[in-house]
Every structure is written in structure tokens, then in C-alpha cells.
Design a protein around this ligand. Structure first.
Ligand SMILES: [Zn+2]
Length: 86
């Protein structure tokens, strides 16, 4: 009998991050007796649909709703700068 190697060569085993599955536990955090949400719910889809947190914004993968975070609240003040000259 020839010595047979059980070989596991060829494909390298993938290393790296395992894709983490999202469980409801990841969305809530229990602090003492109160439950705080880590993520914001989507205003369009309602509770149960959470916005994905990106840098500077939160995005709903379901409806595409995006909310920009930050203190730039002057986006809604755009029409204020109109020239009143005649
Ligand atoms: Zn949504």
C-alpha cells in the first residue's frame, strides 16, 4: 500500500473576517433596566427597519432613505439668502 497523503492543498482556507449576521440583539443594548437602541429606525419603513450607519449618514437599505448626520442644518435655510434687491 502506498502511503497516501490526505491532502488539503490547493485552495487556501479563507482567512479574514467572517461575515457577521445581524441578530436583533445587535440592535438593542440593555443598559441597566432600560433598553436603548443602537440604531435609528427608518421613518419611512417604520420600526423594525433600521438605518445602516455610515460615516456621516444613515441609510435604509429597504427604501433608500438617507439621513445625513452632522450639525449642518443650514441646508434647509437655502432660500433665506435671496437677494431682495430690486
Ligand atoms: Zn426605509
Amino acid at each position: 500500500m502506498a502511503a497516501e497523503k490526505s491532502q488539503s492543498e490547493g485552495k487556501k482556507a479563507r482567512k479574514g473576517r467572517k461575515h457577521e449576521s445581524m441578530s436583533p440583539k445587535d440592535f438593542y443594548e440593555a443598559k441597566g433596566s432600560e433598553l436603548s437602541r443602537k440604531r435609528k429606525p427608518c421613518p419611512r419603513c417604520g420600526e423594525g427597519t433600521w438605518l445602516a450607519q455610515h460615516k456621516g449618514r444613515a441609510y435604509c437599505g429597504k427604501c433608500g432613505y438617507t439621513v445625513f448626520e452632522g450639525k449642518s442644518s443650514n441646508a434647509s435655510e437655502e432660500g433665506k439668502k435671496e437677494g431682495t434687491e430690486k
